[in-house]
Design a protein around this ligand. Structure first.
Ligand code: ATP
Ligand code: MG
Length: 326
C-alpha cells in the first residue's frame, strides 16, 4: 500500500552554538495518523517541531511538509497547520470567545464563516458554557481544550501538539485524546510530543529522541515486542538489600521500585535470566519471588535512552522512582 507521507525530513539538524539540539534526524510521518515524540527533557522534541512548522530555521537537512519545502515555503504552510506550543499561548485577559475570534482573524477566516466556525468549535470542545469566562481563570484542562480549539479553528490538515496535556488530570487527558482520534477520523495528521507513557502507547507510530538523535521509530506494539531486555517483577521480605545486590550486576540494566516490588530489566545476553536472578538474589532473601512480566512502553523508553547515557552500576538505583527516599 502506498501511504501518503505528510511529513518527510532527511538529515535534519539544528545546533545552538556548540550544542547539537537535533542531530541528523530522518522522519517519515504517514497521513491520518498520530505520531508521537517521546524523549527526555532537552532531547530536541520542541526544536524539531518548530523546524517542521517553519518557525525555526534548520542548520542543515531537508524538510517537506504537506508537499511544501520548508523553510522556503513556510508562509504557504502556515494556514494549513495548527500548532499548540508547549507553553500556553493564548491571551489570559481575553474571554474564551474573544481568543477564538482573535485566532479566526489571525487565520484569515472569511468574515461570514468566522462566527459559524467559532460556534462549532465551542460546541465540539465543550467550551460553550465558558465562552464569556476570562481565559486566565480557566482550569488547566479547560485551557488545553481551548488551545486545541484554537489550533483547529481553521480546519488544518496537520496538527503539531507540543506536550498538550502536561499537568492535566487523567480523565481530561483521555477526553483530549478522544478528540485527537476524532480529528484523525476526519483526515487530520497529528504530531504530538508527550512525557506520558500511556499517551505514547496510544500513538500509531512513535519516535524516541535522545540528545537530538532518533533512537527508536516504530509502532508502540512493535517497540514492546522488540525490546532488548527481559523484564521481571521481584518481591521479597526486604526490598533495599535486593536493590543493592541487583546494583552490583552489570547485566541489570534498570530497576524501579513500585511499593514493595521491584521491576527489573535484565540484559538479553543472559540465556536463562530467571535462574540468573535467582542465583544472584537467593543468598540475600529466602522468600524471594521472581516473575517474568510483559515489557511496557516505559521499559522501551528506558532501554532506548540507556545506551547514550551509560550509568555505572553503583548509580543504577538512583534511576529508581523510590530513590529519593533512600
Ligand atoms: N533558542 C535556543 N537557544 C539555545 N538553546 C536552545 C534553544 N532552543 C532549545 N535549545 C536547547 O536545545 C536542546 C533541546 O531543547 P528542546 O526544547 O527541543 O527539548 P525538548 O525535547 O522539547 O525538552 P522538554 O521535554 O523539556 O520540552 C536543549 O538543550 C535546549 O536547551
Ligand atoms: Mg519541549
Amino acid at each position: 500500500m502506498n501511504v501518503e507521507q505528510v511529513i518527510q525530513c532527511r538529515q535534519l539538524s539544528r545546533s545552538f552554538g556548540s550544542l547539537q539540539a537535533v542531530d541528523h534526524l530522518n522522519l517519515s510521518i504517514p497521513k491520518q495518523s498520530i505520531y508521537g515524540f517521546l524523549g527526555p527533557n532537552g532531547s530536541g522534541k520542541s526544536t524539531t517541531m518548530r523546524m517542521l512548522c517553519g518557525l525555526l530555521t534548520p542548520s542543515s537537512g531537508q524538510v517537506e511538509v504537506l508537499g511544501l519545502e520548508i523553510p522556503r515555503q513556510a508562509e504557504q504552510l502556515k494556514h494549513q497547520i495548527g500548532y499548540m506550543a508547549q507553553k500556553f499561548a493564548l491571551y489570559d485577559d481575553l474571554t474564551v470567545a474573544e481568543n477564538l475570534s482573535f485566532m479566526a482573524k489571525a487565520y484569515n477566516l472569511p468574515g461570514k464563516t468566522q462566527a459559524q466556525r467559532i460556534a462549532e468549535t465551542l460546541s465540539r470542545y465543550a467550551l460553550q458554557p465558558l465562552q464569556k469566562q476570562m481565559t486566565g481563570t480557566l482550569s488547566g484542562g479547560q485551557k488545553q481544550r481551548l488551545s486545541l480549539a484554537a489550533a483547529t479553528l481553521h480546519k488544518p490538515k496537520l496538527l503539531f501538539l507540543d506536550e498538550p496535556t502536561s499537568g492535566v488530570d487523567p480523565q481530561s487527558r483521555r477526553n483530549f485524546w478522544e478528540s485527537l482520534f476524532e480529528l484523525v477520523n476526519d483526515g487530520v495528521t497529528i504530531l504530538v510530543s508527550t512525557h506520558y507513557m500511556d499517551e505514547a502507547e496510544r500513538c500509531h507510530g512513535l519516535a524516541i529522541l535522545d540528545h537530538g538523535v532518533k533512537v527508536a521509530d516504530e509502532s508502540p506494539a512493535n517497540l514492546i515486542a522488540q525490546i532488548d531486555a527481559s523484564v521481571f517483577q521481584i518481591e521479597g521480605t526486604s526490598i533495599m538489600p535486593l536493590k543493592h545486590q541487583l546494583a552490583t550486576s552489570p547485566e541489570v540494566l534498570s530497576m524501579m521500585q513500585l511499593g514493595e516490588r521491584l521491576r527489573v530489566l535484565l540484559s538479553k545476553k543472559i540465556a536463562n535470566p530467571q535462574d540468573y536472578l535467582q542465583r544472584l538474589l537467593a543468598p540475600i532473601d529466602q522468600s524471594l519471588r521472581i516473575t517474568p512480566i510483559t515489557a511496557s512502553i516505559e521499559d522501551v523508553f528506558v532501554m532506548a535512552t540507556l545506551h547514550r547515557q551509560p550509568m555505572p552500576p553503583a548509580e543504577k538505583s538512583v534511576t529508581t522512582n523510590a530513590s529519593h527516599f533512600q
